[in-house]
Design a protein around this ligand. Structure first.
Ligand SMILES: [Cu+2]
Length: 259
């Protein structure tokens, strides 16, 4: 159901969606049951002429069981949620499947830089391909990422992959994903990181092998047109002439002065 709203484009997206579904169904069941009973009692025991209210201390076993039994059932459901949770967490976060490809992701106020490993599959070699706000991936490759931040906390969040990972200054955080569907997807910083946090987005494009090679060649020979900029149109461009915004200290002026 979630893929109806956000595309499902990584190998583990389905597991995350199923986890959400399990939690929604269990909590939804108790929500509607509790509210149903509440509304039923409100109607059934409403004030009636000539009927006096009764007082129950709620101390007898025949009364307390109505609190205890649902409580046990809720705890049992919690155990189910935690068990499914742990399974998904172990599969995605605790396991690092062998890599086909490698990419370094660097967050900084307020942009994303990517270093693609190039044909040798290793970083920090002369065939690396660097881009800004455009991540290019090959369909079906298992990627390891090295996530870094140059300044403050950021969060590498690709909803279509159901992927989210904080970037912490001074640390290189590893993780993995495997794109399973071609297309261009949003990446949006998901950790409040300053004035420009809202515009700290990027485009993640999953290519067929052929289109990947073409794009990499275009980046290297300078004929490449940023997918991110094409995608955003003029929406995020800064005011071309800041004198149009005469208010000193306004957000737009401040933002433009930083870049
Ligand atoms: Cu941010």
């Amino acid at each position: 159901m979630i893929e109806y709203f956000v595309e499902n484009a990584s190998s583990f997206a389905g597991d995350i969606d199923n986890l959400f579904l399990v939690i929604t169904l269990i909590i939804g069941f108790w929500f509607f049951l509790t509210f149903g009973i509440l509304v039923y009692f409100i109607v059934k025991f409403r004030r009636k002429d000539g009927v006096k209210a009764k007082y129950f201390a709620g101390e007898k076993h025949s009364e307390t069981k109505w609190t205890h039994y649902p409580h046990y059932a809720v705890i049992a459901m919690d155990v189910v949620i935690i068990a499914v949770n742990i399974m998904v967490w172990v599969n995605i976060k605790q396991t690092l499947p062998p890599r086909d490809n490698l990419v370094r992701v660097i967050g900084q106020q307020w942009t994303w830089s990517f270093i693609h490993a190039g044909p040798d599959g290793e970083l920090d070699t002369p065939d690396d391909v660097a881009t800004v706000n455009d991540l290019h991936l090959k369909l079906g490759d298992t990627y390891h990422f090295e996530l870094q931040s140059r300044d403050v906390l950021h969060n590498f969040a690709v909803p279509a992959f159901r992927l989210r990972q904080d970037a912490v200054p001074g640390r290189t955080i590893s993780g993995w994903f495997k794109p399973t569907k071609t297309g261009t997807y949003d990446l949006q910083c998901a950790e409040m990181c300053g004035y420009g946090h809202g515009i700290m987005g990027a485009a993640v494009t999953v290519h067929s092998a052929e289109s990947y090679e073409t794009t990499m060649a275009q980046i290297q020979n300078g004929t490449y047109e940023s997918h991110y900029q094409k995608r955003m149109g003029t929406k995020t461009s800064l005011p071309s002439n800041t004198s149009q915004v005469d208010e000193e200290g306004s957000f737009a002026v401040l933002l433009a002065s930083i870049f």
